[in-house]
Write a new protein. Structure first.
Length: 171
């Protein structure tokens, strides 16, 4: 008989996004994104992970020289410098076609990532939290997603936690 408590595809991919977020050095908000092939992705089996990303500074921009602050003069904050998880995931795909792909992300995408998501051909965004829903950034994002026909799904899952145990006994 098969093991009954295996995780769903949605929990698996959102779990991958949450694991990627653990790499983020942002002290306040760690976001991860996972891009997965959809049914109609040409040249890819469905449910294949195409790319992962998390929020961080661009290559060469050292964490010691760039600020992680949220407040202060714009140039003394992280906001002009940080690459968002979704954009990093798109860029990490390194030219692989993302047409018809799905993007799993913990936090609803901002307007800038939204533009990159639409232009890359991703046609579904699955997210967990929409905590910045009242901001103009997210309002603009939703307006563009709707116009472009990108499906938006808030993940509803019974899973609240997945524990990874590194103490696996080697056989
Ligand atoms: N969909 C999103 C939203 C935000 N981020 C990144 C950008 C920042 O590093 C952080 C948000 O910082 P906060 O203003 O909450 O201190 O999360 C992202 O990657 N994707
Ligand atoms: Zn963004």
């Amino acid at each position: 008989m098969k093991r009954p408590d295996y995780i769903s595809w949605d929990d698996y991919f959102m779990g991958m996004a949450l694991l990627a977020a653990k790499r983020s050095k942002d002290p306040s908000t760690q976001v991860g994104a996972c891009i997965v092939s959809g049914e109609e992705c040409v040249g890819q089996r469905p449910n294949t992970i195409l790319s992962l990303g998390y929020n961080g500074f661009p290559i060469g921009c050292k964490d010691d020289h760039f600020p992680w602050d949220r407040e202060g003069n714009f140039l003394d904050t992280k906001y002009p410098f940080v690459v968002h998880a979704e954009l990093n995931a798109i860029l990490n795909a390194q030219g692989k076609s993302l047409v018809g792909a799905k993007l799993y992300v913990a936090l609803f995408p901002c307007n800038e990532c939204c533009k990159a998501i639409i232009q890359s051909g991703i046609n579904e965004v699955i997210y967990l939290s929409d905590k910045y829903a009242q901001t103009d950034v997210v309002k603009a994002s939703k307006k563009m997603f709707e116009a472009a026909g990108v499906k938006l799904t808030r993940l509803e899952t019974q899973t609240s936690k997945i524990v990874l145990d590194f103490n696996v006994e080697m056989i």
